[in-house]
Design a protein. Structure first.
Length: 259
């Protein structure tokens, strides 16, 4: 009698478990369980841009974001030519529209172009289709104006999520952030900018400037001289980063060569 009751309870538990599984399967389409589970697991793999390169070489990359104005661009280009420095310019669509002659000049003088999107939006608020459109429109403009297809992407405002990084990668872009922010966009003084950048110097650094920062052009010569006097080579970002056999640390953004 006692064994019969145990068997009946076990059978009942099994039936209830099977019923629960069946109910879950029926409700899955309503609650998008696979999508939710995928989202949870994907969150564990945080995708980040390259903030800097883990290297023993004394190399740094200087970059300029161009989103507004061009009054100081010629002075910057003249300084770069004077010191025989090649850098990376991340351009937006409306800047390319307004200053196509500078786009061509930047390329003619040996600098590299990067994609900074067409309209400089907050990328995290866009749909996947809109993210692609932002990158594709700017890419097409650079091809038409300068015959250049960029391979580097810098998200506006430094704002990104896994979707932004993933889509950029699918489109052939390496996403680039920075490890030293000059803060020229805050219109800090020339002296403050020089001190800020040079005091944070390190191997593999990616330095952020803006082409039309109020004091950027004036601070640039002393910053370049500091790096050169201290044995650093200044190169475009594509010459600093690794192009294969690497991983990016999700916490620091360091691009690290696999052993």
């Amino acid at each position: 009698m006692f064994m019969t009751i145990i068997i009946k309870k076990s059978r009942l538990a099994l039936i209830l478990a099977l019923a629960a599984i069946l109910l879950l399967l029926l409700l899955t389409p309503l609650f998008n369980l696979p999508g939710r589970l995928a989202a949870v697991f994907n969150q564990s793999e945080r995708l980040v841009p390259i903030y800097y390169v883990d290297t023993t070489e004394k190399k740094v990359a200087v970059s300029f974001d161009a989103s507004w104005g061009a009054e100081r661009t010629q002075q910057i280009l003249d300084t770069l030519k004077q010191y025989e420095i090649k850098t990376t310019f991340f351009l937006t669509g409306f800047w390319v529209e307004d200053y196509p002659e500078y786009v061509k000049l930047i390329v003619e003088e040996g600098h590299e172009l990067g994609n900074h999107t067409f309209s400089h939006p907050h990328m995290n608020s866009l749909t996947p289709g809109q993210i692609r459109e932002e990158l594709e429109k700017l890419e097409q403009m650079l091809m038409e104006v300068a015959g250049v297809k960029p391979s580097l992407f810098r998200p506006p405002f430094g704002e990104y999520n896994n979707e932004v990084i993933r889509i950029a990668s699918e489109m052939g872009y390496k996403s680039i952030q920075w490890s030293i922010d000059s803060l020229d966009w805050q219109n800090i003084s020339k002296e403050e900018m020089i001190n800020r950048v040079t005091s944070r110097a390190h191997k593999g650094a990616i330095i952020l400037f803006h082409n039309n920062g109020l004091h950027t052009a004036d601070a640039l010569p002393e910053i370049i001289e500091y790096f050169q006097k201290n044995g650093y080579q200044i190169v475009p970002i594509s010459e600093l980063i690794y192009h294969d056999n690497y991983y990016i640390d999700p916490h620091s953004g360091a691009q690290i060569k696999k052993q």
